[in-house]
Each structure stands twice: as C-alpha cells, then as structure tokens.
Design a protein around this ligand. Structure first.
Ligand code: ADP
Ligand code: MG
Length: 581
C-alpha cells in the first residue's frame, strides 16, 4: 500500500459526496472494507449492544497496519492511500478511495485506533483516540501487527440521528448482512462476528464461493445451486444460481459482486431472473450469487458515497451475457435432482470421498450424459417446425444402439435403424437452404462469441472477413488475434451455441476461396453438419421421437446432404427370413 496523503480540492470535488455514516451497519461496513483493503486474511467484528441498541463496533484485522504518522493522518477528511487523483478511479481495485470514512465516523463517535505496521520492525504500535473529530489521546502501545478500530458512543453528539435508529435486532440484522456480503465477495479472508461475547458468525477462509455459501446458508442450499459461467473479452461471469425449486418471494437473495465489490443492481438482478425464462412463476425470484469481473475502466464506482451502486459501460452486453449464462447453466443441468457433477461435500472438505474408480467413472459418465441431453435438446429445438408433410412411414423409437443409431419399429413390424447425425443434418440442411433465400441478412447473437486464434488462423479470418460479412456473419477484431462474432446469418436460425459457431467459422475458413454460389452451398453444408446432433450422444426417448418426426417432414428424408443414407429398413419378411421362419 502506498502512503496516505490528502487529496487535492479538485479531486475531492469530483468524488461523489455525501454522508456514509447512517447506522451501525454502515460504520461496520466502512471498517471492514478498510481491513479488506489493508490485505487482511483474518477479520474479527466484535459488537456490543444493550437494550437501547448497538453500543460498540470493533474491527480487528491482521492487515498492513499504519505507522504513527499515518494513524493520525487517517482521520483527516479526504486522506487516503488508495488513489492520488481522479484518473486513478478508472483502475481502482480497492473498496475505499474517498478518504472520508474514518473522518466522518470520528466526527460523530469516539474512535480508538490501535495499529502496528506489518513487517516494518516497529517496536511498538500506536494508539490514537478521537472524539467528535478531536484527537484526545495519542501514544505508543504494545500491539500485534495489524489494526484494531473501536467505535463507541455513536451519534452521541447528533441526537436527531440517534433517534432514527431501528430496534437493536434490526440493526444487528443489517450488520450481519454486511458481513455476509463481504465474505461472499472475499473468500480468501476468514470473518468472525462476536456479539456481546458470543460468536454469531464464523466464515472460514476457503477460496471457494460454494464453500462460503454452504458456510453461511447451509449445505442444503449449496446443494440446490448450479454453477454459472460466462465470458466476454472484458467480462467474466462466475457464481451459482438455484434450481427453480428453490425460489424466493423477493429478489433480496440475488447477491451480486463486481470486482470484489458487493453491490446492488436492479438491472443485473433482472437479467438473472430473465435467464430463468418460464422456469419460475412471474412473482418468484431465484437465489443467486453472481460474481462479475469486469475491466475496471468500464466500471464507474464513483456514483454514490456508499459505493453500493456502480455505473457500467456496455451495460446492455453485460446484462445479455448474464442472462445467457444463467440460461445456459440451467439448461445444462438436471433441474430435478442432485448434480453428480458437483458434489458439494467435496468442495467443502477439499477432498474426494472414498469412491471406487468404477463408481467415479459412472458418476462422470452420468454427468456427461446430462450435458449431452441438454445440448441435443437445444439442437433439436432449433429445428422444431410446423409442416404437415410426412414422407416417412409411421414409426416409434425403441431405443438407441451405440448412442449413434436410433432403433425404431414401424406399424407393419418393419425394423428401422436411423443414423441420428445424418438425419439431423438433413433436417438442418433443408431448413437453412430454404431460409437462405427467404431470410437474407444477419441475426444478432444474444451473447457475442469470442474467438482467440493462433496468428496464422487469425490472418485467414482477417482475409475472409469481407466474405463472411457478405454471408451475414458480423465479425469484429478487437484485440491481438481476438475476434468477436456478433451476428450470424439469419438463415441459420437460432444459433447460440458458442462451440458450434466457433467450429462453423473454422470449417468455413478451411474451405475458403471458392466461387460465391459454391461457397454458399458449402457454408450451408458446414452449418448443417456442425449444428447437428452428434453421433455418440445419448438421446432421451422424447428426443428420438422428435428427431424422427422432424425427419419425416423433410423433402428427402432418406439421405443426408452428402448423399449417404439416413434410414435403413428391414421389413418383416426379411427378418423372418434371417431366422429361417
Ligand atoms: P479510504 O478507505 O477511502 O481510503 P478511510 O477514511 O476509510 O478512507 O481510511 C483512510 C485511510 O486510512 C486509508 O486510505 C488507509 O490508508 C488507512 N486505513 C484505514 N483503515 C485501515 C486499516 N484497517 N488498516 C490499514 N490502514 C487503514
Ligand atoms: Mg475506507
């Protein structure tokens, strides 16, 4: 940490001004944030109260501490070690930067500071007592490295403010809420809360969000959550959202942090809710813990003195990405039961439970199967259509062989084997070809897909950009060998799966330099192949049935776009013959 200095008046004028000391919880928040900024790994909040309300708030940390000189300077208005001028705000990573909290608190209370700088070889610590803004005591004192700040007689000189405090229990609840939010955002720090000598909260240092959640709210809630992940070049999304079965009547359990700052944001909470679509009734809200890491120059923290709100540049993209990530997380999970992919207990203890290798393999296969089924569902949904035509005989799927061929029975006892990939390729190809002429132009992706390519391939992509644009791909280069795909040809229909977009473009690049009509044909083929349900993928009975009925509605259901068969049939006579009947 750099030295504390007093900000110049120009900078001061540009910083969101206002009172931050409203109630005991806001005092605790400021002190805890200072401890976090000081690099503490362990923080204790000790609260005292009597019938009338909170009487003492004391925070002890093992952070960087202060020298005697700094300890005095810290109480000056606009004294901060965290920024030097307004320009620093665009890169600030600390929670504080206004240099006002200690001064404001000391103006309306009695504050006792005991501190000793870490690793500085100082023989003694410093003790400073400030009351109503006046330093009433300073001196050396024996002290451990780190800082303890105790606040007593809060609002003793502002009776009007004191009168507005709610009941003791309400104030304590706010206080615990502050610690919850900070501990969720700072998993590398152990937090302990003691009230009137009794331990009320103890959050272990774990590093894992899910472990902190389990520690705060119990393993049952943690088990009801599914992990969320998402990425844009300037944003990374992490966290957990609840299965739809675990919902709330209000959005207060949608917990959001941006760059380690616990914030409240209606738009982001709404985006999380949007990711559930119709999975939740209109008046229900999920439980969610969303961590956003956003390039600091896109986050304006200088909006409100309590720093609970931030302003985001590129907000629209960020909100869309959050909604898409939540949707993706829910699609990829078995929403009814437990998720074998993420046993909470394991994360909590940091060790794997004893499991035979075979059991572990089965567990992994089971989880992989679920992901496959969710992906196939997206792929099949994309090709769901109206259409009356039925060019295939009526048949009912019986099952799958090698997760590659669907086995079906015809009404007349014919046995059909259907190549699931070839069949879906046919379906996609027909649809894309039909729409290609009917619906030229582009379709914007909800969430841009980012391609980071090796230099050689990015050169190829750069060359192909005009052609891709002609086809309806909107690709933008925004960094060294990094590209964002913002739109795809409208003819491709709903195509949000980043993997298949990435593969499609790679395939197009590999087969470039053709004449325009031939090229267009090739693109259609590639799209059909890439978007199709893969061989070796488990399909549910319902998915098998949907695939067959979609196939029946194509004009040439018996062959794939490459001319290979999609369906082979063994009629009853042939079967009987094979068995010598
Ligand atoms: P800000 O956090 O906005 O800088 P504060 O008034 O909260 O302003 O604190 C003023 C300064 O005092 C901080 O910048 C920091 O250098 C120092 N300080 C406050 N609390 C601590 C602490 N717990 N450990 C070390 N330094 C601290
Ligand atoms: Mg501060």
């Amino acid at each position: 940490m750099t030295k504390i200095r007093i900000l110049d008046p120009d900078t001061v004028n540009q910083i969101a001004a206002g009172e931050v000391v409203e109630r005991p919880a806001s005092v605790a928040k400021e002190l805890l944030e200072n401890a976090i900024d000081a690099g503490a790994t362990s923080i204790l909040l000790d609260v005292g109260s009597d019938m009338a309300g909170v009487t003492k708030i004391r925070v002890t940390d093992d952070g960087a501490g202060m020298t005697a000189k700094e300890a005095l300077l810290a109480f000056h208005p606009h004294a901060t070690s965290k920024i030097q001028d307004i320009a620093d705000l665009s890169t600030v990573r600390t929670l504080g930067f206004r240099g006002e909290a200690l001064a404001s608190i000391a103006a309306v209370a009695e504050v006792t500071l005991v501190t000793r700088p870490r690793g500085a070889g100082a023989l003694a610590g410093t003790r400073v007592v400030v009351r109503g803004g006046e330093v009433v005591e300073t001196g050396d004192v024996g002290a451990p490295e780190g800082t303890t700040i105790a606040v007593e007689h809060l609002f003793y000189n502002t009776p009007a403010r004191r009168k507005f405090l709610k009941s003791r229990n309400t104030e304590l609840a706010h206080l615990y809420g502050v610690v919850e939010n900070l501990s969720l955002a700072h998993r590398g720090i152990a937090f302990r809360v003691v009230h009137n000598g009794k331990e009320r909260m103890a959050v272990q240092r774990s590093g894992e969000l899910i472990a902190t959640i389990a520690g705060l709210y119990g393993a049952d809630l943690a088990r009801a959550l599914v992990p969320v992940r998402g990425r844009l070049p300037f944003l990374s999304i992490g966290g957990y959202v609840s299965r739809p079965s675990e919902s709330r009547g209000n959005p207060s359990q949608v917990v959001i942090s941006i760059n380690g700052r616990s914030i409240s944001s209606r738009p982001i909470a709404a985006a999380v809710r949007e990711g559930y679509g119709t999975l939740l009734p209109k008046d229900r809200y999920p439980v969610a813990f969303i961590d956003l890491a956003i390039d600091t120059d896109l986050v304006d923290v200088n909006v409100h003195p309590t720093k609970r709100e931030v302003r985001l540049s590129r907000e629209r993209e960020i909100l869309a990405a959050v909604a898409a990530a939540v949707e993706e997380a829910l699609l990829g999970h078995d929403l009814a039961g437990a998720t074998p992919a993420e046993p909470v207990q394991q994360v909590l203890t940091g060790e794997r439970p004893e499991a035979a290798p075979a059991a572990r393999e089965a567990e992994a296969a089971y989880a992989a199967g679920h992901r496959d089924i969710a992906r196939s569902d997206r792929q099949l949904r994309r090709t769901e259509g109206e259409g009356e035509e039925n060019l295939l005989p009526a048949m009912e799927p019986v099952g799958q062989v090698a997760a590659t061929y669907i086995v079906a029975e015809g009404v007349d006892g014919t046995l059909y084997l259907i190549d699931q990939h070839a069949a879906h390729e046919r379906i996609l190809y027909d649809q894309v070809a039909e729409r290609r002429d009917a619906a030229p132009g582009s379709q914007e992706l909800i969430m841009p897909v980012v391609l980071s390519l090796p230099p050689k391939e990015s050169a190829a992509l750069r060359d192909a950009m005009p052609f891709l644009a002609e086809e309806g791909f909107e690709v933008e280069e925004f960094g060294r060998d990094t590209f964002a795909v913002r739109a795809v040809p409208a003819a491709l229909g709903v195509m949000e799966d980043p993997e298949s977009i990435r593969e499609t473009i790679a395939d197009i690049l590999a087969g470039e330099s053709r004449t325009t009509p031939g090229r267009r044909e090739a693109v259609t083929c590639i799209v059909a192949c890439r978007g199709a349900v893969k061989a070796g993928t488990l399909l549910t009975h319902d998915q098998q049935r949907r695939l067959l009925s979609q196939l029946a509605r194509t004009k040439t259901p018996w062959t794939c776009p490459h001319g290979r068969p999609t369906v082979v049939a063994f009629d009853r006579r042939r079967l009987d013959g094979m068995f010598g009947r």
